[in-house]
Design a protein around this ligand. Structure first.
Ligand code: URA
Length: 433
């Protein structure tokens, strides 16, 4: 097969076969197909798109380029989630203990944060002693014991995606739905869970800025997952402002604990319950109409919180964090209020800018190699639709380095827009598929 013909077919609007896609991608990974041919093929996809079948085949080739995590020796129904990334997104920390306390199995591989978005691994590591690097045997044994474990990705998952993504990044071919969907699902399907619920975010702090694009991405990923035999659902949720109030690692752990105690912010609670409900329904562990009640009960009874404590203990963290997060978690030296320069209503918040403020303070990384400071971050006190007086605090900055404070404050203030007239609160859940 000539790679030239594979590109020509795509350029002229015809679908590529599985064999053609495999020849191109496998050849690329081995270094036999050059960058310039793959770039031309990617650009042809950018303009001509892919059929559902092509997209599923591309995902399979990406998936099979690396290691797969076989969970068959783990008991129970394995549920997994994936978020396309946001600011203040600590859903996994609340969701995992909830679904595990209901008897589902939550064997989760999570990532670190990059740029304006955070990562679950960094958040968990802010708990003193918590280990996210686990040997396979230990990971499996914790999941079999308590129904939940969360570890960083050490396996060589989907190396084809790493190479393709780097090329897409420099050839202006990142934002094509089939390429994004196969990139995400090629990694997600490497863990053989039974149920996957996707949280596809849309808005100023999300990868997908427009709602129609987020919906199209959700539909594409659902189709791929179903074609690969998984039970799938997707929640399209708003990221036009941070989720909850806390942005920063230890701050987010504290907020997740509060939420499991029934004292967290409404939006974080609502989204977590929506995702948990989809997991309960797809797993068929209860009647669909009873799913919400089961979730509320496991929180009210304290079972979900106990599950978080068991997780922290099993992975070497100090379990007292659950009872007294303020005492156990690292805290920042300085705490500054950011005062509102206006009187009126919060019209919009650029969530990405809030994420960047937290990153500047040290809560996130600009480059993969950067370290992070677990204690620092931002607490958002005023959200869209809230009334605010001049001089009233909009947010609190938690800093360890006084020199970073001014830049973070400037960006935070720049993220807010105000209106003299009342503004509607934002809808959190746009669609559930
Ligand atoms: N995230 C991914 O993993 N891949 C993409 O293509 C875009 C976002």
């Amino acid at each position: 097969m000539r790679i030239y013909d594979v590109i020509l077919k795509k350029r002229d609007g015809y679908p590529n076969t599985k064999e053609e896609i495999k020849a191109l991608i496998d050849g690329y990974v081995k270094g036999e197909v050059p960058d310039y041919q793959v770039s031309a093929w990617l650009m042809a996809i950018f303009f001509n798109h892919m059929t559902d079948e092509e997209r599923s085949n591309l995902t399979e080739v990406i998936l099979n380029s690396g290691e797969r995590i076989d969970l068959s020796s783990i008991k129970g129904i394995k549920v997994d989630k994936h978020s396309t990334g946001g600011v203040g997104d600590k859903v996994t920390l609340v969701l995992g203990p909830i679904v595990a306390s209901l008897g589902l199995t939550f064997a989760k591989l999570s990532g670190r944060g990059l740029g304006h978005t955070g990562g679950t691994v960094d958040k968990l590591e802010s708990i003193p002693g918590f280990r996210t690097t686990l040997e396979k045997d230990e990971f499996f044994s914790i999941v079999n014991d308590i129904g939940i474990a969360v570890a960083g990705q050490t396996a060589n998952i989907a190396p084809a995606d790493k190479k393709l993504y780097a090329l897409r990044d420099v050839t202006a071919t990142v934002d094509e739905i089939s390429l994004i969907a196969s990139s995400i699902m090629g990694k997600k399907l490497a863990v053989d869970s039974d149920v996957i619920v996707l949280d596809v975010k849309t808005g100023s702090g999300a990868f997908m800025k427009k709602l129609e694009d987020a919906k199209a991405l959700a539909i594409a990923m659902l189709d791929i997952g179903k074609r690969h035999g998984r039970k799938m659902s997707a929640v399209v949720s708003d990221m036009n402002q941070p989720l909850g109030n806390m942005v920063g690692n230890a701050l987010e752990v504290k907020e997740a604990i509060e939420t499991l105690k029934g004292k967290g912010p409404d939006d974080l609670f609502e989204l977590t319950v929506a995702i948990a409900e989809r997991m309960v329904i797809l797993s068929e562990i209860g009647k669909p109409e009873k799913a919400r009640e089961m979730i509320h009960d496991t929180i009210k009874s304290g079972k979900a919180l106990k599950k978080l404590k068991a997780l922290v203990e099993a992975q070497g963290g100090n379990p007292e964090v659950v009872d007294d997060p303020e005492r156990i978690l690292p805290s920042a030296r300085y705490k500054f209020e950011v005062k509102s320069p206006y009187e009126g209503f919060v019209e919009s918040i650029d969530a990405q800018e809030i994420g960047i403020s937290a990153m500047i303070l040290g809560a996130g990384r600009e480059k993969k190699e950067d370290g992070i400071d677990p204690a620092v971050g931002v607490e958002v006190l005023k959200k869209v639709g809230d009334r605010v007086q001049r001089g009233e605090p909009l947010a609190v900055i938690y800093a360890n380095d006084i020199n970073k404070y001014e830049t973070a404050e400037r960006r935070l203030l720049g993220a807010y827009r105000f209106s003299k007239t009342a503004v509607q609160k934002l809808k959190l859940i746009h669609e559930i598929f």
